[in-house]
Design a protein around this ligand. Structure first.
Ligand SMILES: [Zn+2]
Length: 399
């Protein structure tokens, strides 16, 4: 089967896999659900057809292995996740797994021999829908689950999925971009530089509730007006940060009524950047701004960090190999950060990682309207197959 047929087959497989759901009329496939078991069975059959040895590990990760004949060879891991959010699209996750299978199939048909083993993985939980604990599948494999994580999970045996340290010498993941940058630049694929770090905070403005008709404007301590001023400052300050993104996604006004001056407003703040120092500088600047707003308006501020994650840089050498593969197709090499988290973040704890983004329509994801072009998928398969070949050339002496 040539590249064209392989990528057509891949598109059909995305459709078939997209029909396997635990909810009627929409795509939802969560960790360890019957739908996921059916999905693993189907994808496992495709792995077998590509010549891979298939098994499911203790964390329901699906694994397909291509053994090298070379003695003492290490393993390179390719893949993404097979679980979905509720009412999902067909490509977030599965595209990466199926692209890896197609690339392996292409190389095996060309009778390529590699100096390392290749394992294709379909992780069982990236989205964290079932237990609100993201990356269960990849963290089980990487051996980075904590007792606190396991406290929420019924399937305690998932820790047995842990693989020995040093077994993998790298991980590469193909994923839809989930953003509009590639579409705007009219490019099929892009090379990921890092997964952005993230600060999540809860910010509260405390003022004084009062009668909307009787308290003069100058004597008000309107918490919502303060929050509104802050929200616009978030937008403006992040825009100055060249690459920083900041979002107030939730705002709640206590005892909201049309004839009451808001006495309390609570909002969430999400700040991301691939440079940790820049992200932290923006958070500091926003805090100073919130304090200034509160001082001027007679409000009290509560500033609570909820969650913080450092940026995860992609490996320079693997990323360069991806860039060379893209350039060889005569395409502009666009390097971009990922604003969303991926399994690669987890794998980065145990081996070098790299990611390739595929353009998706209007940047839409986590939505049934997710869409990719067959021609872009063809480029992704070709680039990934080429990546494996170049990797083999790079390290045939070293391994
Ligand atoms: Zn994903």
């Amino acid at each position: 089967m040539g590249l064209l047929d392989l990528s057509r087959q891949l598109m059909r497989r995305c459709d078939d896999l997209g029909a396997i759901s635990e909810e009627r009329g929409q795509l939802t496939r969560t960790f360890a659900s019957p739908a996921m078991r059916r999905a693993n069975k189907l994808v496992g059959s495709w792995m077998r057809a590509a010549g891979l040895q298939v098994r499911e590990d203790a964390a329901f990760n699906l694994l397909g292995r291509w053994e090298s004949k070379k003695r003492g060879a290490k393993t390179f891991l390719l893949g993404s996740h097979l679980d979905t959010v509720r009412n999902a699209g067909k490509y977030d996750g599965p595209l990466g797994v199926l692209t890896a299978i197609a690339a392996v199939q292409l190389l095996r048909e060309r009778r390529v021999e590699l100096p390392f083993h290749v394992e294709v993985v379909g992780f069982s939980d990236e989205e964290g829908v079932r237990y609100h604990t993201t990356y269960l599948g990849s963290r089980a494999l990487a051996g980075t689950l904590t007792a606190a994580d396991l406290a929420h999970v019924a399937e305690k045996q998932i820790v047995k999925a842990r693989r020995p340290r040093g077994e993998f010498f790298g991980y590469a993941e193909v994923h839809i971009e989930q953003g509009p940058v590639l579409e705007e630049k009219n490019l099929p694929v892009g090379v990921v530089t890092a997964v952005a770090g993230q600060s999540r905070l809860q910010v509260e403005f405390q003022g004084a509730a009062g009668h909307a008709g009787t308290v003069p404007m100058k004597q008000r301590r309107d918490a919502l007006a303060g929050a509104a001023e802050f929200i616009l400052a978030v937008e403006a300050i992040a825009a100055d940060g060249a690459g920083t993104v900041a979002t107030v996604g939730k705002l709640s006004v206590a005892h909201g009524a049309s004839n009451v001056i808001p006495g309390h407003a609570l909002l969430t703040l999400d700040v991301r950047d691939q440079r940790d120092s820049q992200r932290l500088a923006v958070v500091r600047a926003l805090r100073a701004k919130a304090k200034a707003i509160c001082k001027q308006r007679g409000l009290e501020l509560s500033w609570k960090p909820v969650q913080q994650a450092a940026a995860v840089p992609c490996d320079k050498i693997l990323t360069q190999i991806f860039s060379n593969c893209v350039a060889q197709r005569g395409l502009e090499v666009l390097k971009l950060p990922s604003g969303a988290g991926h399994d690669a973040v987890v794998l980065a704890a145990i081996c070098p990682v790299a990611m390739l983004f595929v353009r998706c329509k209007k940047g839409i994801s986590h939505n049934p309207a997710e869409s990719v072009k067959p021609a872009d998928v063809r480029v992704a398969v070709e680039v990934l197959a080429d990546f494996i070949l170049r990797l083999a050339k790079n390290c045939s002496g070293a391994l």
